[in-house]
Design a protein around this ligand. Structure first.
Ligand code: CS2
Ligand code: MG
Length: 402
């Protein structure tokens, strides 16, 4: 079997997605997500201009060799654009291998280690009282874990607080919109939200919170300590993680578990965090961390150090990525949690899939391969629209992490 064609499909059914579809000479096809929010066309060009020509004629069964070819062969290793492009090829080749074998991909990864993939949903609202209603909606839907984000008094907008109910999309303008941030206001407010939510919903519900890289280690240490009585499952991205040793400081002060990794692309980005046991959950994804092959490598390293998976699953990761994530989640020994932000109906229609939500769990498809596809004719009805993530400044105008 040989790769005959590979198409890069850019579409915007509600938001932008980049998808790679690989076609073999025997008519078997495979799909991979290649979406990098706000930088979509960079990956589309990387694939179309630099990767696709080298794929034609290759044996689609050689997944590891193709991964190494694209990684070592690019010379310029790592980085989000390269690793997202490699991820798309890797994911599509696993899809093809599953279809050729007549098995869902999780069977090729060792089979089920659990009955379902526990997911967490996003409850967000402008203030504490209204977020209680949102948390209750997720509990009614059967969710066992809920991420809670609210507005911060004195700030006009806050990361993670959606404009529409159950859908959240921060990439809102071609030229980045600007938000304002105050660490003082945020730290003064957030623990009281969790006190109220825990009081209302009792000890059984798993609660999570995303800090979105906005603190310094000592500020994160204080937040973690203030949150301890409310027993969070995790505090996510407390600080930007380029300085991995900075997490030692947080660790010295708090037992609130830490989750990190949605912007990481390789095992080398999280090696120190994992081997020094500075985090509890690693949140790397199929699409941004080199595909199923490389993500499994990260999770295997994590398993040796008591670190569990907690893959990012925002709406800017397409249903193709979600389908692939579920095959890994169900098979690895050290699964923790999977983020699940529901896609819009338009997105679901463009990416027909057979994974499903049931009572707080996502269940991967039982079809051969990944069990997801792209409807190319429908995708063509939604052309690309430039959209960037916002930027963030402190109240005095200083640029800050968004
Ligand atoms: C977030 C994301 O889901 C999360 O945890 O941090 O929504 C993130 O902001 C987006 O994926 C950025 O594209
Ligand atoms: Mg996050």
């Amino acid at each position: 079997m040989k790769i005959e064609d590979a198409r890069v499909i850019v579409c915007s059914p509600g938001r932008n997605f980049v998808t790679l579809k690989i076609v073999t000479d025997e008519g078997v096809t495979g799909v991979g997500d290649a979406t990098l929010n706000g930088r979509e066309l960079a990956v589309a060009s990387y694939l179309a201009d630099h990767v696709v020509p080298a794929l034609i004629g290759r044996d689609p069964g050689r997944i590891e060799d193709t991964w190494q070819y694209l990684y070592k062969g690019s010379y310029w290793r790592r980085g989000p654009v390269t690793m997202t492009a490699i991820a798309a090829v890797d994911t599509a080749l696993w899809d093809i291998k599953g279809k050729v074998a007549g098995l869902p991909v999780y069977q090729l990864l060792g089979g089920r280690s659990r009955e379902g993939v526990t997911v967490y949903g996003h409850a967000s609202a402008p203030d504490t009282e209204s977020v209680l209603t949102e948390v209750a909606r997720y509990v009614e839907l059967g969710y066992k874990a809920v991420r809670v984000q609210t507005g911060v008094p004195g700030l006009q907008t806050t990361y993670g607080v959606g404009r529409g109910r159950m859908f959240y999309e921060p990439a809102d303008a071609a030229v980045p919109s600007e938000a304002t941030w105050s660490t003082e206001r945020y730290l003064a407010h957030t623990p009281s939200v969790f006190a109220r939510v825990r009081d209302e919903f009792g000890p059984g519900l798993r609660l999570l919170h995303d800090v979105h890289h906005r603190l310094t280690p000592i500020e994160a240490a204080r937040l973690g300590r203030d949150l301890e009585p409310h027993r969070l499952t995790w505090m996510e991205d407390p600080v930007p993680a380029e300085l991995q040793e900075g997490f030692r400081l947080i660790r010295r002060h708090t037992t609130t578990p830490i989750a990190v990794g949605e912007v990481f692309n390789t095992v080398w980005d999280c090696q120190q965090l994992i081997t020094e046991q500075l985090v509890d959950y690693i949140r790397t994804t199929v699409v941004h961390a080199g595909g199923i092959s490389h993500l499994r490598r990260i999770f295997d390293l994590a398993a040796l150090y008591h670190v569990r998976s907690g893959s990012h699953g925002a709406t800017d990761l397409s249903p193709v990525c979600m389908a692939a994530a579920l095959h890994l989640d169900i098979s690895i020994p050290n699964f923790g949690l999977q983020e699940y932000m529901r896609h819009t109906e338009e997105t679901d229609a463009v990416f027909p899939h057979s994974y499903r939500f049931e009572d707080g769990y996502l269940l991967p498809s039982e079809s051969p391969g990944l069990g997801v596809d792209i409807d190319e004719a429908l995708a063509a009805e939604y052309p690309y629209k430039p959209a960037s993530l916002p930027v963030n400044r402190l109240e005095d105008g200083t640029m800050h992490s968004w």
